[in-house]
Design a binder for this molecule. Structure first.
Ligand SMILES: [Zn+2]
Length: 277
């Protein structure tokens, strides 16, 4: 499932491919429930002949700012993917939406599991303001994070996954950040001391930056696994220390990595480095 580094990779790929400044000439929606909040017909009418001015990211949302004041917010959920193709290229089974661009290319959205959603709105803040701080943003400060942790009487793992607490983390990067900070995922947020909060703050930023540097995590070899715009797989899976490393030795202490369930989610820890206190 794409998390902040994967979504950031897609946004950078879309920009690099020159999509900013392109005009949308035609829109085909082949699976109506992909569009949230309006009918596919209205969606198509509202974005046709609009220019994509800017492509950015907030949390796990991809933001297409259009010239007419509308904004498209795309959430990839489990298996959403973008590809850029020539119109003559045969349509794949799971390509649910096609934007024809003024440079003759087609931006296609593919989603095998169909959990992804496209929102079209004039008020993107109504959705985005529900998100917590951006962990790699300049406004994300240690003092604020520490204070925030102290007011949440919750277990670290579900708290870090909560997009209203912090935007962008999912299962992979949460497990990796907790290992990096030597914190057990069942620790209660309000029990962290200053040094532990600082370790976690630094770990989250370090792990997310590493994920972006290696263009995201692509697990498995199936077509629905994460890949960038041109089908390029991420390389961050080579750097995972605990996520899906059950039974492997911890790279820090040699103890075997364990898998546990916390709040229905698979969680991976080193039982020695991450003591349950
Ligand atoms: Zn260890």
């Amino acid at each position: 499932m794409p998390e902040l580094p994967e979504v950031e990779t897609v946004v950078r790929d879309l920009r690099k491919a020159g999509l900013e400044g392109r005009c949308i000439r035609d829109v085909r929606v082949r699976w109506s429930r992909l569009i949230a909040g309006c009918s596919p017909k209205s969606f198509a009418a509202r974005i046709k002949y609009q220019t994509i001015q800017e492509i950015t990211r907030r949390g796990k949302y991809i933001i297409f700012q259009l010239s007419g004041g509308e904004t498209i917010l795309v959430h990839l959920r489990m298996t959403g993917q973008f590809t850029l193709k020539a119109p003559a290229t045969t349509r794949e089974r799971h390509e649910h939406l096609v934007l024809s661009l003024d440079n003759g290319q087609e931006l296609r959205y593919r989603d095998t599991r169909k959990f992804g959603r496209w929102h079209l709105t004039r008020h993107p803040e109504q959705i985005l303001q529900k998100l917590g701080p951006e962990p790699l943003g300049r406004a994300f400060r240690l003092s604020q994070f520490t204070a925030h942790l102290a007011t949440h009487r919750r277990l670290l793992k579900p708290l870090l996954l909560d997009q209203a607490f912090l935007a962008g983390l999912g299962n992979i990067y949460t497990d990796e950040a907790l290992w990096e900070a030597r914190l057990h995922p069942r620790r209660r947020a309000e029990t962290l001391n200053q040094a532990e909060a600082r370790s976690l703050f630094l770990a989250i930023r370090k792990i997310l930056k590493r994920g972006i540097r290696y263009a995201g995590t692509s697990l498995g070899s199936g077509k629905s696994n994460f890949s960038g715009l041109k089908g390029r797989r991420g390389r961050h899976q080579e750097f995972l220390r605990v996520y899906q490393q059950t039974g492997e030795p911890c790279s820090r202490c040699g103890s075997l990595i364990r898998r546990l369930k916390i709040g229905q989610r698979s969680t991976h820890i080193c039982p020695t480095c991450q003591m349950d206190r």
